[in-house]
Design a protein around this ligand. Structure first.
Ligand SMILES: C[S@@+](CC[C@H](N)C(=O)[O-])C[C@H]1O[C@@H](n2cnc3c(N)ncnc32)[C@H](O)[C@@H]1O
Length: 275
């Protein structure tokens, strides 16, 4: 579904969707960590178990959202990007990608992608594009990057730079599904001058607590998690040029205030340019 002048499909994000509420799902657990209301008992139980293991997970999730906003602000502003492919969107929250990008550049076009029917059921909130720009929502799995690229081409011009955003999603692609190949396929489809923005839960920040949280999440959630260390996350940026300050703890990427810089964040994060 697409909104804005480039619309090619009707917006139908208000259709009721059937989903299993008996098992925890990451979009809803993440919503719980962020203090949202779009979650069910199983999600809250998984959320609580992970808070027990890693008490800073709520602050860490907020740091991730703050990084997302700063990265989009940089991309739409300094980097001059007008097209965004945001995969693993999540349930709409404060500072959704199109809101941040279009506040800087109202003509920005944003394609959102998620595979969770709960996120799809909230898609209407993501389709509130400014008239100068456009947004689209695709119900698809990151494991099928070709489908994502084909559908995104309804709105995005792949002859012009695109920012590919993979914020806190790659941990749901385990090594057997070759996440590096998936990222390469996405970046091969975009031209020089495009960007890759990633945040990824870290295995080597607050390592002991984070390892306990991974065990709790993998016991309770439908999607399993693979947390990665600095070297494994840095490998996603191979062949690209990281912009300053490089790949760092999410809270240390161009923080706007000392409070942002000091906020706990068990994630590696970076933004890189394709030459
Ligand atoms: C932790 S949330 C992150 C949300 C948002 N990107 C952010 O950083 O605030 C992860 C999101 O990725 C989605 N997701 C997980 N695995 C996915 C997959 N294989 N394909 C598409 N979306 C996926 C989940 O449904 C969820 O909405």
């Amino acid at each position: 579904m697409v909104t804005g002048p480039a619309s090619t499909m009707p917006a139908d994000g208000d259709q009721p969707m059937p989903f299993d509420t008996s098992v925890a799902h990451i979009a809803r657990v993440y919503n719980y960590w962020l203090g949202g209301k779009d979650n069910f008992a199983a999600d809250r139980a998984a959320g609580e178990q992970s808070i027990k293991a890693f008490p800073n997970i709520g602050l860490s999730a907020r740091s991730n959202r703050a990084f997302l906003a700063r990265a989009v602000h940089y991309l739409a502003g300094e980097a001059g990007i007008r097209q965004f492919l945001d995969i693993g969107t999540g349930i709409p929250s404060a500072n959704n990608t199109h809101e941040v990008a279009q506040a800087v550049a109202p003509d920005s076009k944003i394609v959102y992608v998620d595979n969770d029917p709960v996120v799809l059921s909230h898609a209407r909130a993501l389709l509130t594009s400014r008239p100068e720009g456009a947004t689209q929502y695709i119900d698809a799995d990151l494991r099928d990057p070709r489908q994502i690229l084909d559908e995104a081409a309804q709105l995005l011009d792949f002859g012009r730079p695109v920012a590919v955003m993979l914020m806190a999603i790659l941990q749901h692609i385990d090594d057997a599904d070759d996440p590096y190949e998936i990222v390469s396929t996405l970046m091969a489809a975009v031209p020089s001058g495009s960007y890759l923005a990633i945040s990824h839960p870290a295995k080597d920040i607050d390592a002991e607590e984070v390892a306990k949280m991974a065990v709790a999440l993998n016991r309770m959630m439908a999607e399993k998690v693979t947390f990665r260390d600095n070297g494994a996350v840095a490998k996603f940026f191979d062949g690209l040029e990281l912009v300053a300050p490089g790949m760092v703890q999410a809270s240390k990427w161009r923080p706007r205030t000392q409070a942002e810089a000091d906020s706990p964040a068990a994630l590696w994060a970076g933004v890189a340019r394709k030459d």
